[in-house]
Design a protein around this ligand. Structure first.
Ligand SMILES: [Zn+2]
Length: 487
């Protein structure tokens, strides 16, 4: 919207009128903008907040030019998990000879505490003697399957553990503390808030995350609205007897389940075998009967149900489970959603609508995955069943969008571009079908995510609605975000 005057009182838009200059009267305060556009602020409907904060916190040693400098940086910029020093990002290719580093360099600075520094590619860790000792790794330890314990000419471990050998040490690294987790949450929310996101659907919480959120929300420290989904794959929410709860701008909204794995690792459960792995159909983690039981629990508490399903077999199984629930409980206000909904048999698309199931998609995954997906599925199946956004819209399925950050970038503009362009990572628009119009794409990040939570009148710029606002300049740069930080 351009050249308008918008008045917001008590969080509600009370007036929209034409104006020479863009003007917002926000809770009594006037904001004036020249040559700017006003948009509703965004929601990321599927993300992992603490994970984003975590990978943007801690010790980063990526800029170091030698093993010694890396060790010194770890020493002077300490980041600890209990008594362990941890960090990541070293790259021996940048260090003269390019040799892998040795435990002795770390031992000089860290004689008493264990140290684990992860290589930039995540495929090796560099440990000191103390870490090896705690992990029981010595000259007699043999390589685990798929891993290498580097040893010197005397057969003594050098401190470098590769791939599956990393786990031998990493399993001993203590958990993050509660205050570290809280810092990650604050950091994650702070990062995304700068890109015009004022609401997130945070997935896969455990009790430690929930405790952090409760505390932060009580202290009014959450910068944006958070609707959380608690991991209940093994009945965790049931054992804790959790109830939906709202504290300030935090709400425990639902439970989260997994029906299958991911396509890249052949974990997505498919109806037919993988094109590049004969006889392999992936892994189904929950049956329709189990999904049904989860729904009954959720209904008894008033929780929404969000189920991860990537393959067409998993999607069908979840729909079957949801159907059992809809047949058993005719009146239920809980929302049912399928996270990712990446490969959906065309016969199942209309069932989303019939069963009132939300398709929660991450368009940016298409950009990263389409080449891999083509191998796993073959081009015909990919075109017929893959990432069926237009089919969802044509069948009036409620579709909402997110990024799955930190797995992908939280930049909503990139998500909208993926929706509308549907180009792969190399920019090739191989598969033109299933593109989404710009305005529909925006709705999947604005008004629809609220509707998917059962919240009406939020996220649209019209009188009577609540709506956070983004102000963009002519180059589409966000220059302001006005956030009514109340649920
Ligand atoms: Zn996720």
């Amino acid at each position: 919207m351009k050249n308008v005057s918008i008045t917001v009182e008590n969080g509600v838009i009370t007036d929209i009128s034409n104006s020479e200059i863009t003007r917002i009267l926000w809770e009594g305060q006037e904001y004036l903008y020249h040559d700017c556009e006003i948009l509703p602020a965004y929601t990321d409907s599927h993300c992992h907040v603490w994970g984003l904060g975590m990978i943007n916190s801690g010790l980063d040693v990526s800029g170091c030019s030698s093993a010694e400098e890396t060790a010194l940086k770890a020493y002077s910029n300490r980041f600890m998990r209990d008594n362990w020093f941890v960090g990541r990002g070293w790259n021996n290719e940048l260090w003269g000879e390019g040799n892998l580093p040795d435990k002795s360099i770390l031992d000089k600075l860290f004689p008493d505490n264990p140290v684990s520094l992860t290589r930039i590619d995540g495929h090796a860790i560099w440990c000191n003697s103390k870490a090896l000792e705690i992990s029981g790794i010595n000259e007699n330890t043999s390589n685990p399957n798929g891993g290498i314990i580097q040893k010197d000419s005397n057969g003594s471990p050098t401190g470098i553990l590769i791939d599956n050998a990393m786990y031998l040490a990493e399993k001993n690294i203590p958990e993050f503390s509660q205050s570290q987790l809280s810092d990650f949450i604050i950091k994650g929310l702070d990062l995304v808030s700068k890109s015009g996101i004022t609401c997130v659907h945070d997935m896969d919480l455990n009790i430690r995350h929930l405790d952090c959120y409760r505390k932060l929300a009580h202290e009014n420290l959450l910068k944006i609205k958070v609707f959380a989904f608690f991991g209940n794959q093994n009945g965790e929410a049931e054992k804790l007897d959790l109830e939906p709860m709202q504290i300030g701008n935090f709400k425990l909204q639902g439970i989260k389940l997994y029906a299958d794995g991911a396509l890249g690792s052949y974990g997505a459960a498919l109806l037919d075998e993988y094109s590049d792995k004969p006889n392999e159909k992936g892994i189904l983690m929950l049956s329709s009967e189990e999904i049904f039981k989860h729904c009954l629990f959720a209904h008894s508490k008033g929780f929404d149900v969000a189920v991860h399903a990537i393959g067409d077999r998993a999607v069908r199984e979840v729909l079957d489970g949801f159907e059992l629930f809809r047949n058993a409980v005719s009146e239920s206000s809980i929302n049912l959603r399928i996270e990712h909904s990446q490969i959906v048999n065309p016969d199942d698309i209309s069932r989303y609508k019939e069963l009132n199931v939300i398709a929660s998609v991450q368009p940016i995954h298409f950009v990263s995955d389409s080449n891999m997906a083509k191998k796993r599925l073959g081009i015909e199946r990919l075109i017929e069943s893959g990432y069926p956004w237009e089919k969802f819209l044509n069948n009036n399925v409620m579709m909402i969008a997110g990024s799955d950050f930190p797995i992908e970038s939280y930049d909503v503009a990139a998500g909208i571009e993926a929706f509308t362009q549907r180009a792969n990572q190399l920019g090739a628009k191989e598969i033109f079908r299933e593109c989404v119009e710009f305005s529909s794409a925006v709705e999947c990040y604005t008004v629809k995510p609220y509707l998917a939570l059962g919240i009406h009148n939020y996220g649209e710029i019209c009188v009577g609605h609540k709506c956070d606002l983004i102000i963009m300049d002519s180059s589409k740069k966000i220059i302001d975000v006005l956030n009514n930080n109340h649920i």
